[in-house]
Structure formats: C-alpha cells, structure tokens
Design a binder for this molecule. Sequence first.
Ligand code: ATR
Length: 261
Amino acid sequence: MRLCIVGYPLGHTLSPVVYNRYFRSLGISARYGTVEISPERFETVIGRILREYDGFNVTIPFKERILDHVEVQNEARIIRAVNCVFRNQGYNTDWIGFVKSLEDVDVSEPILVLGAGGAARAVLYGLCKMGMKHVILVNRTFNRAARLAESFRKLGLPLEVYDLSKLRQLLPRVKSLINTTSVGLKGDIFSIEPHDLSHLHLVYDVVYGETPLQQRAKGVGVVHVIGGEEMLRLQAVENLRIWGLLEDEEVFKRVFEEVTR
Ligand code: ATR
C-alpha cells in the first residue's frame, strides 16, 4: 500500500519514520513517504496524489483546502478539516485522538479553549462528543471565534467568546485550559504567569513537544499536564484503522514512543 503525508513545510515531520518502522516490525507491505507541496501548487498536484496513493495524511496548511477534492465524511464536514484520506474519502481523526487522550482524565468544567483554527474545531467537536457544556472560547481575532461559536451552538455546545486580551481575567473562572494555537505560549506572548495556572486541574497543549505553558503548569503542580504527543499518536492509530493496517496497537505505541522520545 502506498501512503504519504502531504503538507508544507514537512522538514520536521516524524510520521514517515514512525509508520515505516511500524510496518517493518509487523512485516506489513506498506510504504509511507512525504509529499511537500508549496501552497500555490496544491490544486495542480493534488489530483495526481489522489491517483497515485492509496491513502495519505494532510497537515498544515492544507487540511481545509483538501475538502474540495475528496468525498468528505460527516465529522470532517462539521469540523471543516480533513487530516486523513483513504481512496478519495476524507476523514478527520484529530478529534478522535483528542477524545481518546482524555479517556483516563476527569475533565473539569468550565474549560477555556484558546484559538479558533482547525485544531480548535477538532477539539471543540471532541468536547461536544464528550458531553461538555461549559466552554469559553478565546481568540486573538474575536470575529473568527464568534463565527465558530455560532456553528457549535447549533451542535448543542454553547460557547462564551472573548478576545485574547481577556485571557488572564478569565483564567480564575475555569478549571481546565486547552491551547490549540501553534504559539505554544512561547515567552510571554499570552502574558500568563505561573500563578494564573496554579488552580487548574488540566492544562492541555495540542502543540507537540514540551512548551513553556506545560513547563509552567507542571511547576505550579497542575495535576494533568498533557502535550500534543498523545493526540498525535492516537489520531495515527485511527488513520491505521481507516487504512486497514491496525494490526497491533501496542506495537505502534512502542514504535511511536521510541521515535518521539
Ligand atoms: P490550525 O489549523 O493549526 O489551528 P490556524 O487555522 O492557522 O491553524 O489557527 C491558528 C490559531 O492560532 C488561530 O486561533 C490564531 O489566531 P487568529 O484566529 O487570531 O489568527 C492563533 N494564533 C496564531 N498565532 C498567534 C499569535 N501570535 N498570538 C495569538 N494567537 C495566535
């Protein structure tokens, strides 16, 4: 089976190493490559990729643009982002990775979600599926968050929406913080001080790797501090399931941990 990841830039991606090592460990005849497409060439090249590959992952910045080129499955249509393709069908597995990563965590509300992009939509959809009811959405661009809130209200998830400047005022009101922005709270971009986090039960950062946000949360004793690795691993498990290649989840977990450690 021919598989790949489509995105730009792809210099940092560990996906080929993880998937190929997993395939080799189990003697699965599949190959996973990388296809870097510059944004201006996406529409020209995507048809050929759909013909040449059985399945692929889609990452930044194409998760929305791919919607016009595949048959979009229900959840991906609502989230408006596709990250996994199999034989012209487009799926979203990010939200499943998010929900599964919280299976053993008692998520306390209110929850503050930072960001209003594709990752935020997958997280909000997941929170909706988890039956959460008290979510506050904060974004740099207020209108983008307000539009998002409108569509999630229709799905039964009422959202309060605020501008990023209100973040520190809002933190004392919530028990969980989920950062979906790529910023990773570097330095003092969101001007959060460690004591703003000390009362929280959960700090979840969808950004891969240990960020200053996670370090600060750990430093003040937040019980559950979760980085993007679990969501990444668990969405990959769902991709393998869709491609019909999930032969041994434990082996995949071991390989993933070896490669990303
Ligand atoms: P993704 O699909 O990974 O979510 P995205 O759609 O580009 O990526 O969304 C990125 C999110 O990070 C957005 O919420 C964005 O805020 P805006 O809607 O105002 O653009 C947020 N973001 C990115 N850079 C930021 C920064 N320097 N400060 C604050 N928010 C930022």
